[in-house]
Design a protein around this ligand. Sequence first.
Ligand SMILES: [Zn+2]
Length: 266
Amino acid sequence: MWGLRIGVIAAICVAIVFPAFSRPPQALPSPLANNPKLIEDLVYANHILYHQEVLDGFGHVSVRSDRDPSHFLMSRSMAPGLVTSADIMEYDAIGEPVDARGRNSYVERYIHAAIYRVRPDVKSIVHSHSPDLIPYSVTGTILRPVYHVSAFLRLGAPIFDTQAGFGDTDMLIRDNKLGDALAKVLGNSGIALIRGHGFVAVADSTQVAVYRAIYTQLNARVQAEGMKLGTIQYLTPGEAAKAQAITEGTVARPWELWKAQVGKIE
Ligand SMILES: [Zn+2]
């Protein structure tokens, strides 16, 4: 008995004096280790946006790292509806993976890198190829806030056209030059359309970025339906400013519902 106690006391003393000796050997620290809540929300965002049909097999969502704000977190290249926390990778300020370990990256990760570089207020970005938005990117019809839940569209939905400055491309934002040009067109808006391609939604949290992406798509549908019936009376700038404060201030409510709808994540 005494021998056991002496042994325990000796082990504690060794641990205090030589802490490194008493720890089990560990793998290299994960670059993601400090951000469990960010990663959980990011995985939910992938599944929610797939469930809401804003993303399909393509598109992606990212979040700015809170450990290193010049970096961001995003899934490896895969369908958003299948993303798990093990698929989340860290990217540096120019969109290159910090620790790829053989995993492939989304070609269009430069969308995210470029916007994070010039918009310190942006903490999360969604990139979607939603077909509901494409008509507004190619016809000259302007996407405008039709109802209160999409009041954030008051900030505008400028259109980035790769043809202007880049000529005939494969339409993808596949490098930092294209990313920078998109970020410049986005300006201070929450949304930018990409001609014949899709859109980006940005916000100061994952929840609001997801909210904006979902309601951008819904506004596009409602606006198209309204235009069939007649002339739309859009929200005034004053109405939109007041409505945005209310709707985005209560985004936690739909966020919890959306999480429940997608169920358990890994
Ligand atoms: Zn794309």
